[in-house]
Ligand binder design. Structure first.
Ligand code: NAP
Length: 454
C-alpha cells in the first residue's frame, strides 16, 4: 500500500510514495548500526556543528517546509511556520547544552574514585504521529543525536513528505549517512523492527492502542521504551481566577492545531463561583472563531486531518447530544469541500458519554461544573489520562492545591500547557511513561554507566 498525502482542505492527493521494501529496510538498519559504531565517538562539538547547521536550514527554508505541513495535515500556515521555528530553537538548545547535561558526574564514595558517565545506547526507533509532524520528531531527535545515538523514524502513514523531508534536512546539515533514517513502513512492521538486534530502544508518541502494542513488543525484546500517549487535559477555573486572562487562553488551549494536540485543554472544569461569568464568554469566543482555508491568515481553525477523524469527532458530539448534553455552539461539520468541524462547546456532559470518557481530537470543548475547589480537583482527576493540567487561580492557596493535587505529568498555573526544551514533557497513568525534552529527555536514551576505580 502506498503512502499518500491527502490535503485535508481539499481532499486532493498531494503526493504518493511506495513503501520501503524489506531489502531497503534491512539496508537502513545495517547502515544505522554501522554508523552508530563511529558516530558515538564523534565529539559534542562536531555533533553540535551539524545540529546548528540543521537549525539554520530550518530557518532558511521555513516557508517551504511549513507549506508541506499545511498541505499534508491541515494546520494553519502561521502555526506551521511557528512549528518550524520551534524545531530550530530546540536543536540549538541541545547543541548548546548537551555536553554539560551529559557531563561526567563525580560521586563521593568510601573507597576509590567513582563517577557516572552517560553513553548512547545505539539506534533508537521513533514511532511518531502526524499532528506535529516536525516537532514530535525533533524533540526526540535533537537530544538523541546530541547524545550520540542514531535515529530511525517510522512516521505516521499520512505524513510521508514530512518524514522524508526531516531525513533530507539532517543529511544536508552534514550528519553522517545513517545517523538519521526514515523508514517508510506500515504500523504492522514496527514490532519486528523493535525485535531486531540492531535496534537498541524505542519511543512512541501516539494513541493508547499503539502504546500497548509498542510496549508489548519492547517488553518481549526487553528493550527500553518511552511512551507519550493521549491526554484529556483539564483546564480548571477556580474561584479566584482572572477571567479576562483565562477566557482567551481557554479558547487557544482547545483549538490550537485545529484541536488536535495531546496537550490541548479538553475538559473545562469551572467552579460555581465563576461559572456564570466564564461560560458565556467562552462560548461566545469559540463561536466567533474563523474556520477555513489554513493558508488564509484570517483563519483560526483549519480542517481536521482526515475524513475519518472529522467523522469520529462528529460521532462523539452526536453521542453526547443524543444522551442529553447541550450543544452551546457548533456541533456540526462545515458543509462542502475539506474536513472542517465547527468549534463546539458541550455542557451537561456526564460519564457514559463518549465525549466524557474518551479523548476528543478536534475543536470540541466539554464544560463540567464543579461546586467548589474540592469537586473541581476530583473531577479533573477522574480520568484514565494524566498528561497536562492547567489551573487558573490568583489565590496562592488555590494555586498550591492545583499544583499538589492534580494527577498529571505537567501542571501549568495561569497558562496553557505547552512543550519547551527547558521542562520535562510527559505523562502518568494511561498517558504513558518516560520523559522527553530537558535533561530528563536526553538521559532517557543513555546508559548511566557507574564507574569505580579502586
Ligand atoms: P496513532 O494512530 O497511535 O499513530 C501514531 C504512530 O503510531 C503512527 O506512526 C502510527 O503508524 C503508529 N502506530 C499505530 N498503531 C500502531 C501499532 N499497533 N503498532 C505500532 N505502531 C503503530 O496516533 P495518531 O492518531 O496518529 O495520533 C493521535 C494520538 O497521539 C492522540 O491520542 C494524541 O493524544 C497522541 N499524541 C500524544 C502526544 C504526547 O506527547 N503525549 C503528542 C501528540 C499526539 P500509522 O500511521 O502507519 O498507523
Amino acid at each position: 500500500m502506498a503512502f499518500t498525502t491527502l490535503n485535508p482542505a481539499t481532499g486532493a492527493v498531494e503526493a504518493e510514495f511506495e513503501p520501503h521494501t524489506p531489502e531497503q529496510v534491512e539496508e537502513r538498519l545495517t547502515r544505522a548500526a554501522e554508523t552508530f559504531a563511529s558516530y558515538r565517538r564523534t565529539s559534542f562539538a562536531e555533533r553540535a556543528g551539524w545540529m546548528r547547521a540543521a537549525a539554520d536550514l530550518y530557518d532558511a527554508e521555513q516557508p517551504e517546509i511549513a507549506r508541506v505541513l499545511t498541505t499534508e495535515m491541515g494546520k494553519t500556515y502561521g502555526s506551521a511556520k511557528a512549528e518550524v521555528a520551534k524545531c530550530a530553537m530546540c536543536m540549538r538548545w541541545y547543541a548548546d547544552r548537551a555536553e554539560a547535561l551529559l557531563a561526567v558526574e563525580p560521586v563521593e564514595t568510601s573507597a576509590g574514585r567513582a563517577y557516572v558517565r552517560y553513553e548512547p545506547l545505539g539506534p533508537v526507533l521513533a514511532v511518531m504521529p502526524w499532528n506535529f509532524p516536525l516537532w514530535q520528531v525533533i524533540r526526540f531527535a535533537a537530544p538523541a543525536l546530541m547524545a550520540g545515538n542514531v535515529g530511525l523514524l517510522k512516521h505516521a502513514s499520512n505524513v510521508p513528505q514530512s518524514a522524508l523531508l526531516i531525513e533530507d534536512l539532517f543529511r544536508r546539515a552534514g550528519f553522517p549517512e545513517g545517523a538519521f533514517s526514515t523508514l517508510l513502513v506500515p504500523a504492522g512492521a514496527v514490532a519486528s523492527i523493535i525485535e531486531d538486534d540492531r535496534v537498541a530502544a524505542v519511543t512512541l508518541t501516539g494513541s493508547e492502542a499503539a502504546g500497548r502494542s509498542v510496549a508489548a513488543a519492547a517488553g518481549r525484546a526487553l528493550k527500553k521504551c518511552v511512551l507519550e500517549l493521549g491526554g484529556s487535559d483539564p483546564f480548571v477555573v477556580l474561584p479566584s481566577a482572572d477571567l479576562d486572562r483565562a477566557v482567551p487562553v481557554a479558547v487557544t488551549a482547545r483549538v490550537q492545531n485545529n484541536g488536535q494536540s495531546c496537550i490541548a485543554a479538553k475538559r473545562f472544569i469551572v467552579v460555581d463561583a465563576v461559572r456564570d461569568r466564564f461560560v458565556p464568554r467562552f462560548v461566545e469566543a469559540m463561536a466567533a472563531l474563523v474556520v477555513g482555508d489554513p493558508f488564509d491568515p484570517a483563519t483560526d481553525v483549519g480542517p481536521l486531518v482526515s475524513r475519518a477523524q472529522r467523522d469520529e469527532v462528529a460521532a462523539q458530539v452526536d453521542d453526547a447530544r443524543a444522551k442529553g448534553a447541550v450543544v452551546a455552539c457548533g456541533g456540526e461539520p462545515v458543509p462542502g469541500e475539506g474536513w472542517y468541524y465547527r468549534p463546539t462547546v458541550l455542557t451537561g456532559v456526564t460519564p457514559g458519554m463518549r465525549a466524557y470518557d474518551e479523548e476528543v481530537f478536534g475543536p470540541v470543548a466539554v464544560v463540567e461544573p464543579a461546586a467548589d475547589v474540592d469537586e473541581a480537583i476530583a473531577l479533573a482527576n477522574r480520568t484514565s489520562f494524566g498528561l497536562g493540567a492547567s489551573v487558573w487561580a490568583e489565590d496562592p492557596a488555590e494555586q498550591q492545591r492545583g499544583i499538589e493535587e492534580l494527577e498529571a505529568g505537567m501542571v501549568f498555573v495561569n497558562a496553557m500547557v505547552v512543550s519547551s526544551p527547558e521542562l520535562p514533557f510527559g505523562g502518568i497513568k494511561r498517558s504513558g511513561f518516560g520523559r522527553e525534552l530537558s535533561e530528563a529527555g536526553i538521559k532517557e536514551f543513555c546508559n548511566a554507566k557507574a564507574v569505580r576505580v579502586a
